[in-house]
Structures are given as C-alpha cells and as structure tokens.
Ligand binder design. Structure first.
Ligand code: AMP
Length: 403
C-alpha cells in the first residue's frame, strides 16, 4: 500500500496474480539511434521488479507502452520490437512481440498465453485514440486482461487511454516502480528529514512556478539558479544584460520572492556568473564577481562564489530535491557549475542526506559527472515528478484503486 496525500493505493502485494491476464502499463520510451539500437535501457531495467514479480507469481503479462511521438501513425522506426528483444535478454526468457495493441489477432495471441508468459504490445501511440483517452479504445485494450497494473511513472501526469482510460474497465493497482517513486518523493514532501533544501534550475520559469510555490511551504532553503534566475533578478530590478528573461513571469517571480519573506524561507540566488557574449560554445566568456550583468552579455552558468554559497546550504541538508541544471550544461564550457553542484549533492548524500533528482537534464548532468550511483533516487519521470512536487493530482495515480 502507498499513501499519497490522503489516498492509499492498492499495490501488487495486495493483489491475486496467479493465472490472471494482466495489462501492465510500462514506460519503454527508450532512446534509439538511427538504426533502432537502444542507446540506454535504463527504463527497461526500471520496469524489471514488477515484471519479474508477476512472472514469479504466475501472471500472464501483457506489456503496453508508447515509444516516441508517432502521432497516431504506424511508424516502423518507432516499433517496440527492439525493446522486446532487449527485455527478453534481461529476463532470460521469450518476450513475444505482438503486431498491434488491439484487435482480433492480438486477442488470439493473448488467449494462448500460459502462466508466466510475457508479451509486448506494439506502440500504443500508433493509434491516435491513445492520447485522446478515447473510451472505446481504452475498452478494447482492457478486454485483453483481467487486471491493470500501472507502472509507467513517466506518463502518470498524462490522462491517456493506456494510463487512465483502462482503469474504468479493470481493477487497477500500482506496480513497484510507481510505488518506489511515490514513496520516496511523497516522504520528502510530507515528512522530510531536515534541513530540506530544494535546488531548482533550468530555463523555463513558467513550467516551474507551481513547483516553486509549493516547495516554499515545505523546504528550509530554496536555491534558484540556471536561466530562470534572471527573471528573479529582473524582478528585483537588477540588470541582467541579454540573459534569458521571461518578462511575463516577472509578477510571479515577485510574488514568490514576497512569499519567501512571508514564510521565512531563504531563497538563494547566484552571486556571480559565467557570462558569454553569445549563446554559443565559441563565445567570449568571463566570470563576473557580482550579480549584475553588463549589456551585451548573457549569464550561462553560475560562478565559483555561487558554488561555494550553495555548497554551504547543500552540505547541511538532510533532504535534497534537485530539478534543472545550473547553466547551459549541454555546452562543455558552461557545464562546470552544474557538474560542481552534482558533486556537492553526491557528497551530501554520502554524508547521509536523501537526494532526489527529477528531470532529464539534471539526470543527464549527473551522468556526465559519473555520479549516477551516488544519488538516493533519480526519478524516471521528469514531467511527472515536477507535477508531483507541484502538489498536483496525477491522473494516472488518481485512477488507481483505493486500498
Ligand atoms: P528546463 O527544461 O526548464 O529544465 O531547462 C533546461 C535547459 O535550461 C537546459 O537545456 C539548459 O541549457 C538551459 N539553461 C540553463 N541555464 C541557462 C541559462 N543561463 N541560459 C539559458 N538556458 C539555460
């Protein structure tokens, strides 16, 4: 059982499995190269605990996932066939790839399954009804099975046929990946070990306003950096040159700065910057040891004094949430601040803090620094983890059965 807000959700351990046909929504949206080779099987690995448990308990496992954005069209280059092959290697058993996810042929194949068998349905987004959460399509998917297990944390913030729609027709429970994500993040938000420090970076302030507001009620210190920090500087009347600013978000930034004062939570912003004269790797670059940025320059990374200031707060933390890079980390020249913060979060984790990383960019930066295994938890869902931290109801969780 998992407790999310006031809802307690039924999970696999509460459910009879033997002999049942079980539709399992997994997130097999893996990165592929031009030859359809899987370049990271992290998402397949993340689904293994649920799949292995269901095999052991004698379920008949029907896996369903999307891959990429085929937009309702059958695109051979977005077939899940390479995933079936890789999953078979990991499970050391046959994973039969089916030609579609609904229809008579699929139904006939499913009816032939024996206890412990695993099949993978073809990319559910080959049907445009999936993302529209079409009830008829959801019903067709649901008729394949007797139980629905939701384990695709990366898509629980989307109300699609295979994440939400099917739950209207089948008993619906959560798998172990969702359970783990919600347990770790739920605990951090409801009963964190303190001090609790959130580090929010990245470019798009508009997508993170809700998170910042919600976190202000929970954290002891809020660190804001990356491109979105400049909107906060502008809100304070500080010159930021040609740095990224979302002008329409200035009122929201002001409101957050005011709320921080009201609730007595310090917001830490950068105190120095790495600036460039253009948004390119071959730009002229300098470190400015102050908050203001001259005309003609844009902030692309945090400076060394900022790293030291953030370090001071992070090393005292017992709970750390990190979402979004400190600078334009995709360009090596501007990756230093983000890499340094990754090292500091790893060091704090070693000292006993719980570190939770949300968002693909932060996870990529941590991977770049070779620190993936040093963090407590790297969420498998960027958007979903943000919405969870925002305190929003996730439709793919809300549709699951109460215990
Ligand atoms: P987001 O999707 O909002 O988490 O933003 C991630 C993106 O923010 C990454 O692609 C970074 O390159 C970008 N970013 C971080 N810092 C800056 C900055 N100072 N100026 C422009 N973009 C930035």
């Amino acid at each position: 059982m998992i407790i999310v807000a006031k809802k307690s959700i039924k999970d696999l351990k509460d459910t009879e499995i033997k002999g049942k046909k079980i539709l399992v929504r997994v997130d097999f949206n893996v990165p592929l190269d031009a030859k359809q080779n899987i370049t990271s099987d992290k998402r397949i690995q993340a689904a293994l605990p649920t799949i292995e448990y269901l095999i052991k308990k004698g379920g008949r496992i029907i896996l369903v996932s999307h891959l990429g954005r085929p937009k309702g069209e059958k695109k051979p280059e977005l077939s899940l066939a390479p995933v079936a092959k890789r999953l078979g290697e990991l499970l050391k058993k046959e994973v039969k790839m089916l030609p579609d996810c609904v229809g008579d042929q699929v139904k006939a194949e499913v009816d032939k399954m024996k206890d412990g068998d695993v099949v993978l349905l073809e990319n559910v987004r080959f049907h445009k009804e999936e993302t529209k959460n079409d009830p008829e399509f959801a019903k067709k998917l649901a008729t394949l099975a007797e139980l629905f297990v939701s384990d695709a944390f990366g898509t629980v913030h989307r109300a699609h046929a295979s994440t939400v729609g099917v739950a209207a027709y089948l008993p619906a429970v959560s798998g172990f990946l969702i359970q783990k994500e919600l347990d770790i993040m739920g605990k951090a938000l409801s009963d964190p070990a303190r001090p609790f420090v959130a580090i929010i970076g990245g470019a798009k302030i508009s997508s993170k306003i809700g998170v910042l507001k919600n976190l202000l009620d929970k954290v002891d210190t809020l660190i804001i950096a990356g491109g979105m920090a400049y909107t906060f500087f502008k809100a304070r009347g500080i010159e930021v040159g040609k740095s990224l600013v979302e002008d329409d978000q200035i009122p929201e930034a002001k409101e957050i700065l005011k709320k921080a004062i009201d609730v007595g939570v310090p917001i830490l912003l950068p105190i120095d910057h790495v600036v460039a004269d253009k948004f390119a790797e071959d730009a002229n670059v300098q470190v400015v040891p102050r908050t203001t940025i001259d005309a003609g320059w844009l902030g692309v990374d945090i400076g060394p004094d900022t790293v030291a200031k953030f370090k001071n707060a992070i090393m005292k933390a017992k709970t750390i949430i990190w979402n979004g890079p400190m600078g334009v980390f995709e360009m090596d020249k501007f990756a230093k601040g983000t890499i340094e913060i990754a090292k500091i979060v790893a060091a704090a984790t070693e000292k006993g803090a719980i570190s939770i990383i949300g968002g693909g960019d932060s996870a990529a930066a941590i991977k770049k620094a070779g620190l993936t295994n040093k963090m407590t938890h790297i969420s498998t869902g960027g958007g979903a983890s943000l919405e969870f931290m925002e305190g929003k109801e996730l439709p793919g969780i809300a549709c699951l059965q109460d215990k």
